[in-house]
Design a protein around this ligand. Sequence first.
Ligand SMILES: [Cu+2]
Length: 254
Amino acid sequence: MRGRTLYPVLAGAAWVVLTVLAEAGVNGLVAHFPVVASSQGQLIDDTFALLLRVTAPVFTFVVVALAVSIASAGEARRLAAAGEVRYARDNRFFSWTWFAVSFILNAYFVFGPGVHDVNAIVLGPDQPRPTDLVVQVEAHQWGWDFIYPSLGVKSQTLVLPVHREIRFDVTSKDVIHSFWIPAFRMKIDAVPGRINHITVTTTRVISTRDDPTARVQCAELCGIGHPNMRAAVQVLPPDAFDAWVTQQKAQQGP
Ligand SMILES: [Cu+2]
């Protein structure tokens, strides 16, 4: 009898304590996310953090329920033997609370603003649209070429202006590769004979020299050179970017 009255209190207390610990863990994790340098990446990070925060109490609830089930197995057997077994599903308050909480959580994830915006990125138009700058990305075994059609420049380093919306037109000269810049949290396949589009808005000045996540990395196994299929990335203030373009033009000729 003592166990029967104590279990809900102990279980509730354990749930609260574990949830507080889990939320602290989530906060620690979020604080150590790698540097993010695009508005789309920030949205993805915020949504990921939100999902972690909301699912932490669900996870701890399941852990506590499992522990209670294991700990009360003996008592449940005794109740069953005495013909006094009671099921949670017969408890209307429990059933309706469970239904309401699940319904609200699911509705929030479908219609919640942050999650909804991420869907807009993922399901966004596959068609190219005007942006501040277009960069053609050509992947090959095992390297990258970046062509700036409006500027008449070609480079093996990806140099971009900050606070600009940039569209990448991505293709491959041989096998399937994947164009990935971890600091932008954006990735798209580079497929021969096809041009894939991805749009990124840069939000901070970064350089591969200062941060290893500021790099182009192939993310599709493409042969022996795949792990080293990288390119340096530099996001520059607009005037420094213009100076880089002028310098490249002088080097590459008309
Ligand atoms: Cu690869």
